[in-house]
Structure formats: structure tokens, C-alpha cells
Design a binder for this molecule. Structure first.
Ligand code: TLP
Length: 347
């Protein structure tokens, strides 16, 4: 290999903090957050509440913890939560809803753009019956990771929330990448969150912070969530050191997400030209590119890795590449060059 630099497109979770972000962390004022005394965490929570248009917010360790604490706070043991068939909660959170919260997940079909039919939601909400669990929560994912990072528009979220609320079911958004959705849809996170009861977003993905997510909702909901976070061991002490990276991320890292989206589009267009690849580049909304591979998909993944281009496998024959902070346009051009070569050797 002439250029040995690894181009890591496995996930936007691989970003490392910039010098400026590290500086902000080093100089952050801190205190004991379990006593409510960490000024930097309080500042981050106030900013997050403001950005999502909610009353209050809670800093948590991860996106997974944000979803788990939301489920614990919205549902009782033996309740049911409705989730999309391709949702992160269903596929990648170690069945925490069942294993920790005692909540059964009921799946409804996501289409390839991550959408859910409101009629399908209505058909699975349980009526009052001695035999059935209580449906207490609907979870929506935005952007939709396993559906190629599709951005779900505010109208779709409102339609789903209307159905749920009509039946007394609360609504949570797994907004791990909600800032990507807002940038792609040219709207605000508050507009996307307005119809729902709670939303969690991640700081540690495209926003480039090393750790952390924030769960947002009403004052009562966040008071409950604060207790649930403590229950799962997520009460932090001088966590302002890491919250400072989140403050920095919200202030400096949101607008640049548009570059990641442009790079993902460039990547998708290049990949789509390869005979082995099945992909409509125009369907890529944000920073996640998922493509089908005709023929030796495992061979292609291995050959790309050997050439220093890292991807992940989302399902047999399907590979994922994610653009992020630290990946420039020139890296995408170089990655495409290497992938073209790897594919031609395989063919
Ligand atoms: N997603 C990760 C992996 O877990 C697959 C990734 O590389 O994309 N919700 C959504 C929609 C996510 O994509 C993720 C992480 C999470 C929640 C969980 O966040 P963390 O990793 O902070 O627990």
C-alpha cells in the first residue's frame, strides 16, 4: 500500500477530541453532580434543554443509557414499548429494556427510509384487557442508523406522536444523531422534538465529544430519569470534565455536520459506480452509507480492510461506512480509489 493511513469509516463514534475541546475540558469548573453542584454539567443540561425545546435535561454516559433511562422512566415493569423493526434499541442495546427495565419490546416495520406507518402503530397499541401488557411507550429513531441514516421529517414524527398520544402512549426519540437530522432537513432540533415527550441525543458521535449523551423532557420526567440514572449507576461526580466537551460540541461542532453529509454523498456516488455495489446515492440523507454487495461481500470487506479502509457489516451482504469529524473530502477520494482497486482485484 503506497499510503498506509487507515481511513476509519466504521462509525462516527471513532472521532477523537480536538485540541480546543481538550482545552475546554481541562479548564472546566466542576463539582459533585449527584449533589447537583457541577456547574459545567448544569450548563450542558440547560443548553440541551434549550436546543431540544424541552423543560429539562439530564447528562448520561451514553446513548444506550439515555434510551434505557427513558424506558425506565416512562414504563413500569411488564409494560410494552413499541419500536421500529430496524431500531437501535431492538438490535444493539443488549435487550436492556427487557433485561433491566422488565419492558417487552413490540416491533413494527420500518421501511427502507426508516419510516413507520401510523396505522401500524395504532394496530399494535393494546386496549384495556386483563391478559395484555400496557402499551406505554413508542420509540422513534432519528436519524435512522440501520436505514442508511435517513432523516425523519417533523411531519412524520407529528403523525406518529398524534396516534400514540390519542391512546395515552408516550413518545421518545432516540436522537443519537438528531443534529444530523436537523442539518439535513434544514430545521431545528426543537422542531423535530416538539411533538414528543422525551428525546436523547449523543455528543460522542458526529459532534466529536469523547463521552456522553443528554436526555431531555419535562421537568417531572427528568426528575424521575435522574433517579433512574442513579439506579443504573450513572450518577456522576465531577463529570463536568466530560460535560465540557459536550458544551464545546454544541457550540462549535453542529454546523460542520453538513461537511460529513457532503462527504457521505460523494462516497455513495463513487461506490454506486462499482458493478458489485447496490446503492442509490440519492437516498443518502446524512453521514451513514449502507450498501448491498453483489457476490463476495465478505471478500470485499476484507480487501477494503487490507487496503486500510474500514467499514462494518450491518447484515449479510450489507456494509456500512460512516463519515465524521477527521475525515476530509480528500480521504473520501482516497478511500474510493482504494475500494475501486480492491473490487477490481476481486472481480
Ligand atoms: N450506534 C453505534 C453502534 O452501537 C451500532 C454506531 O456505530 O452507529 N442510538 C443509535 C441510533 C445509535 O446509532 C447508537 C450507537 C446508540 C443509540 C447508542 O449510543 P452509545 O454507543 O453511546 O451507547
Amino acid at each position: 500500500m503506497s499510503d498506509p493511513r487507515i481511513i476509519d469509516l466504521r462509525s462516527d463514534t471513532v472521532t477523537v477530541p480536538s485540541d480546543e475541546m481538550r482545552q475546554a475540558m481541562a479548564s472546566a469548573p466542576v463539582g459533585d453532580d449527584v449533589f447537583g453542584e457541577d456547574p459545567t454539567i448544569r450548563r450542558l443540561e440547560a443548553m440541551a434543554a434549550e436546543r431540544t425545546g424541552k423543560e429539562a435535561a439530564l447528562f448520561v454516559a451514553s446513548g444506550t443509557m439515555s434510551n434505557l433511562v427513558a424506558v425506565l422512566s416512562h414504563c413500569g415493569r411488564g409494560d410494552e414499548a413499541i419500536v421500529g423493526s430496524e431500531s437501535h434499541i431492538l438490535h444493539y442495546e443488549v435487550a436492556g429494556a427487557a433485561g433491566v427495565a422488565g419492558v417487552q419490546l413490540r416491533e413494527v416495520q420500518n421501511d427502507e427510509r426508516g419510516r413507520i406507518d401510523p396505522v401500524a402503530i395504532e394496530s399494535v397499541i393494546r386496549g384495556e384487557n386483563v391478559h395484555t401488557p400496557t402499551t406505554s411507550l413508542l420509540c422513534i429513531e432519528n436519524t435512522h442508523n440501520r436505514c442508511s441514516g435517513a432523516a425523519i421529517p417533523a411531519d412524520d414524527i407529528a403523525a406518529l406522536s398524534d396516534v400514540a398520544h390519542r391512546h395515552g402512549v408516550r413518545v421518545h426519540i432516540d436522537g443519537a444523531r438528531i443534529f444530523n437530522a436537523a442539518v439535513a432537513l434544514d430545521t431545528t432540533v426543537a422542531a423535530l422534538s416538539a411533538p414528543v415527550d422525551s428525546i436523547g441525543f449523543c455528543l460522542s458521535k458526529g459532534l466529536g465529544a469523547p463521552v456522553g449523551s443528554v436526555l431531555c423532557g419535562s421537568g417531572d420526567f427528568i426528575a424521575r430519569a435522574r433517579k433512574m440514572r442513579k439506579m443504573v449507576g450513572g450518577g456522576m461526580r465531577q463529570g463536568g470534565i466530560i460535560a465540557a466537551a459536550g458544551v464545546y460540541a454544541l457550540e462549535h461542532m453542529v454546523d460542520r455536520l453538513a461537511d460529513d453529509h457532503a462527504n457521505a454523498k460523494l462516497l455513495a456516488r463513487g461506490l454506486a459506480e462499482l458493478p458489485m455495489v447496490e446503492l442509490d446515492p440519492e437516498s443518502i440523507d446524512t453521514n451513514i452509507v449502507i450498501f448491498g454487495v453483489r457476490g463476495d461481500w465478505l471478500g470485499l470487506a476484507r480487501a477494503m480492510k487490507h487496503a486500510g479502509v474500514l467499514s462494518t457489516i450491518t447484515a449479510p451482504t450489507r456494509l456500512r461506512m460512516v463519515t465524521h469529524y477527521g475525515i476530509e473530502r480528500s480521504d473520501i477520494e482516497e478511500a474510493l480509489e482504494r475500494v475501486r482497486h480492491a473490487a477490481s482485484v476481486l472481480a
